[in-house]
Design a protein around this ligand. Sequence first.
Ligand code: PEP
Length: 258
Amino acid sequence: TLNRIPLVAGNWKMNFDHREATYFVQKLAWLLRDAKFDHKRCEVALFPSFTSIRSVQVLVEADHLRIRYGAQSVSVTSQGAFTGDVSADMLAHLGCSYVIVGHSERRKYHPEDDANIVDQVRAVLAAGMQPILCVGESFEERRQGIELDFAVGQVNDVTRDLSDEEASKLIVAYEPVWAIGTGMVATPQSAQDAARAIRDHMQAQFGAATAQSVRILYGGSVTSHNAVQLITQPDVDGFLIGGASLDPEELALIARLT
Ligand code: PEP
């Protein structure tokens, strides 16, 4: 990972109400403090539901925690008659550092197509936060052997419209859909191959400096049992974690191993 600071991102999905979120953050903070966790060496970020973000913010500010947090999605519009949506500025004003964009569950259950995903990335950047763009092939593309082209194509759908400065703020999460929530983790080599292909794409489009600074995460059934083999791959700069992020002990352990 050279001089890129690894990021361990816990995507809670639709789990934990604000009380459970508060309890989790207190427990995680205690575990990290107890282990003398060095937040300068590795960033830890949580992605609660919208309804829990304010509670996490209050706790982080009151206890001066170094844990970061963000949202799981965002509206592409800044304000107005969009019932049920939450704007990027609202999230930025809650102290969010990051927003997950284009998670496979959002692509599947909501009409989030490429155009919408590009607009979300722009909205996040304009509000001063960093987007975590999720890409990754389904089992069918892997069977056909086109997984790298597919994942890089999804990245390109977004990056072709970005300036150099915008691209330097992007974080990419390579998450093969067949590995999400299934217990079937990608091999360290295939995670590395995908991360490398994405970095090569960034280099071709934006040059070496941007490509070397952009963080590329792996996601898909990460646990404390497979984290070390994955993080030691040169182009894997951390993890986006679903299931294992719901257990503070497990998340703290993964962060320590990263
Ligand atoms: C995810 O949804 O981003 C994810 C990687 O989930 P899991 O860790 O449960 O596979």
